[in-house]
Design a protein around this ligand. Structure first.
Ligand code: BV8
Length: 228
């Protein structure tokens, strides 16, 4: 990696699969026995807030019972040792990258451990449940929702992400199906600005043909090898 200075790494649900967190599409499009449109859109939350809050309470609770795996630890090592620019853009809402020790992490779809007050816009670290409609610690309103980017909502910090893609010498995608936009277009953005592109995934993704190189296998094996 001699001529490479700036790296962008995109991770998806596949990097957390070996930690025991279900991926979204491995189960044939169902997600914890729910259709995505019934639990991960603002319309779903408006229509049935209890269903959506129970769904996210269950995932927030489950996420605190699992551990980072070898892939998370390998990326954390790279983050600690890499002297150039490095940005781990994750679609995942778990905190396994951080718990493995990674620091330069950007959660573009939000995180499970944060609650967002739609009355005063405050964000709060949140490890408990939301189903009982607790009051916002800042303004007292009963207006907390998961701090998660749902379908139809703008992902977080897109300008920062595109700025990193423009400067990247290497773009690596790990454990994502390439099914969700605008994320699925990042590889083309990076390549357009001259980056080398590498995909590490269990099976061919919807975007495999867009990568300079695609390696197939479990992240727990491919990522430590890539980092070493
Ligand atoms: C937006 C939070 C615009 C919820 C999620 C074109 C352009 C722009 C938008 C669109 C477009 N076409 C359609 C859209 C709309 C939509 C979209 O993309 N729909 C899809 C379904 C077609 N996109 C949006 O709505 C986005 N917003 O575009 O806003 C806008 C503009 C102006 C103003 C307002 C808005 C927002 C998308 C974010 C939705 N939220 N998550 C939650 O987590 O609860 S997305 C959800 O899917 C997850 O975040 C997840 O990260 C993401 C992608 O899934 P993956 O991570 O890839 O997981 P998946 O299961 O699919 O795949 C796992 C992969 O891992 C597999 O390939 C598997 O082989 C591999 N794997 C499994 N095990 C392993 C492994 N690999 C390695 N090792 C293993 N062990």
């Amino acid at each position: 990696m001699s001529s490479i200075r700036n790296i962008v790494i995109l991770t998806g649900a596949g990097i957390s699969a070996e930690s025991g967190i279900d991926t979204f599409r491995g189960a044939g499009g169902l997600w914890e026995n729910h259709r995505v449109e019934d639990v991960a859109t603002p319309e779903a939350f408006a229509r049935d807030p209890e269903l959506v809050l129970r769904f996210y309470d269950a995932r927030r609770e489950a996420i605190q019972r699992v551990e980072p795996n070898r892939a998370h630890h390998a990326l954390a090592r790279l983050d600690a040792e890499w002297t150039g620019d490095l940005l781990i853009v994750t679609q995942n809402v778990d905190d396994l990258h951080e718990r493995a020790g990674a620091r330069r992490v950007l959660h573009m779809h939000g995180t499970h451990l944060s609650a967002w007050c739609t009355a005063c816009d405050a964000r709060h670290e949140w490890r408990g449940q939301l189903i009982d409609r607790p009051a916002c610690p800042a303004c007292g309103a009963v207006a907390l929702r998961p701090d998660i980017v749902w379908f139809g909502e703008m992902p977080y910090r897109m300008e920062e992400i595109f700025g990193a893609l423009v400067e990247a010498d290497l773009f690596v995608s790990i454990g994502t199906s390439g099914a969700v936009y605008p994320t699925a277009g990042f590889v083309q953005e990076a390549a357009a600005y001259g980056a080398c592109t590498l995909e590490l995934n269990l099976e061919p993704s919807q975007g495999s043909h867009l990568f300079g190189e695609s390696r197939l296998g479990p992240a727990g094996e491919l990522v430590p090898t890539f980092v070493s």
